[in-house]
Structure formats: C-alpha cells, structure tokens
Design a protein around this ligand. Structure first.
Ligand code: OAD
Length: 236
C-alpha cells in the first residue's frame, strides 16, 4: 500500500471501553440500562430536565475518574509524530464525549457529538468548561442565566463541525474507524464518503461494524492491542 499523508481517524465508544467507560450498544451497553428517548433527546430534556441533568451529571463525574488506555496513547503518539515523520496531518474525529484523547496527549481532536466537560448556555449560546454538576441550575458564567445544558448532541440534533470533517476527508488519503458499531449517522456514513473520495479505508474493532463491507481492511481485537500495533506499523 502507498504510504498515506493525511489521515482522518473516527473513534467511538469501543476505544474507551478498556478505560472503564460503558459502550452504548450490546450486552451491558448504556442503551440497555436507559431508554435513549428518556435521557438523550431534546424532548426528554423539555419534559423531565432533572432526570436528564442527573444522568449527565453522573456520567460527567465518572469520566473524570477514568484514564486513557494504550489505544488513546498510541493515537496521541501518531498525532504528534506523523507530521514530523510523513509531513502529513492527523485528525481524530471522535463520537465520544469523554476527554481521554486529550488527556492521552492528542492535539487534533474534533468532538462531533459534544463533550461532557463543557456546558452550553441556551440563553446566550456560549460554552464553558464544566466539571461539576448542572442539576442545581448554576448561573451561566457569561450571562448569569440558569440555562446551562449538557453540551451533548442528542438524537434529533445535528452533529458538530460536519463541514470541517468533510473538508479533512477530501484532503486525506486514509480513513480509519476505531471502536464504533456504525449504527449512528452521519458518523456511520463517513466511510462511504471516504470511499467515494478514493481514500483507503481501515476498520479496527472488536467485531465487524454494520458498515464493515465498506472497508478495504478490517483488523479485529481489543483497541488497546490493535491500535498500538497499527500505529507501530505506520510509524516504523
Ligand atoms: P457503540 O456502543 O454503538 O459501539 C461500540 C463498538 O465498540 C462496538 O462495535 C463494539 O464491538 C466495539 N468495542 C467494544 N469494546 C471494544 C474494545 N475493547 N476494543 C475495540 N472495540 C470495542 O458505540 P458508538 O459506535 O461509539 O451518540 O456509538 C455511536 C453513538 O451512539 C455515540 O456517540 C452515542 C450513541 O448514541 C450520542 O450520544 C450522540
């Protein structure tokens, strides 16, 4: 295979599973414990804000006790070393709302589904770093209104920064998908866009994703093993 220059990497819940953060689907997944419609839609927030805020307060608290695993660390190493070694760029597009890529040392991370550690003011539209709870309706640091909500893209809302993602794909040679089931669009459709644009496509996952047929290559195994091995291959 020709050596790639620019790489777009899509990550999902599977990359954080070995850090102790539940995935969404499959046995024991978050959506088996909670109904999506009860906690992850604008309608749920309108009808029972306390339930939704409490759900995200618990998750925000929990992720701060988790640590990056070897897969996050390997991607951070790639992110730092690839520009020097290959003169290319790496963009990590994550569906995850934890901050384990950043805490692992990655620099170029785009959170298309939002982040636990920011709060979004629905009154003034500003975002603020937020590590504590929202259940007691704290005032927005900018406008003082008690109108902060989790900065999470709920079902029925539009993921963030899609233009930047498509722009990065059109300048890339390689698309790699890691630890995602391929069940949620538009993230799940990025592999087809990548194929249409002529990129090489690689999937690293515990099991084949729903869009597996779109990948030129699939490597199966736990992220903490397959991701560092792939990064080692690429950087050698
Ligand atoms: P899913 O829970 O749908 O899929 C997780 C994937 O990770 C599955 O394919 C698992 O096989 C795989 N996996 C599990 N453990 C793994 C491990 N140790 N190593 C590698 N792979 C592993 O999670 P996502 O695809 O990220 O959206 O879900 C996409 C979106 O659905 C999420 O961003 C979230 C959710 O609803 C929002 O909250 C907006």
């Amino acid at each position: 295979m020709k050596r790639p220059r620019n790489i777009v990497i899509l990550t999902g819940a599977g990359i954080s599973a070995e850090s102790g953060i539940d995935t969404f689907r499959g046995g024991g997944g978050l959506w088996e414990q909670h109904r999506v419609e009860d906690v992850a839609t604008p309608e749920a927030f309108a009808s029972d804000p306390d339930l939704v805020l409490r759900f995200y307060d618990m998750r925000r608290e929990a992720i701060q006790t988790r640590q990056p695993n070897p897969a996050h660390l390997a991607l951070a190493r790639l992110d730092r070393e690839w520009p020097k070694q290959a003169g290319g760029e790496v963009l990590i597009v994550t569906q995850n709302v934890d901050d384990l890529h950043e805490r692992g040392g990655a620099l170029n991370v785009l959170h298309m589904h939002g982040e636990h550690l920011t709060a979004w003011c629905t009154a003034c539209d500003r975002r603020h770093r937020w590590t504590g709870p929202l259940i007691h309706r704290p005032p927005c640091p900018s406008c003082s209104e008690p109108a902060l909500r989790p900065d999470i893209v709920w079902f029925g809302e539009i993921p963030y920064r899609m233009d930047e993602i498509y722009e990065a794909l059109s300048a890339a040679d390689l698309f790699v998908s890691i630890g995602t089931s391929g069940a949620v669009y538009p993230a799940a459709g990025l592999v087809r866009t990548a194929r249409d644009l002529g990129l090489r496509t690689l999937e690293l996952n515990l099991e084949r994703s729903q869009g597996s047929a779109w990948f030129h290559e699939t490597r199966l195994g736990p992220a903490s093993e397959v991701v560092p091995a792939w990064v080692d291959d690429l950087l050698d």
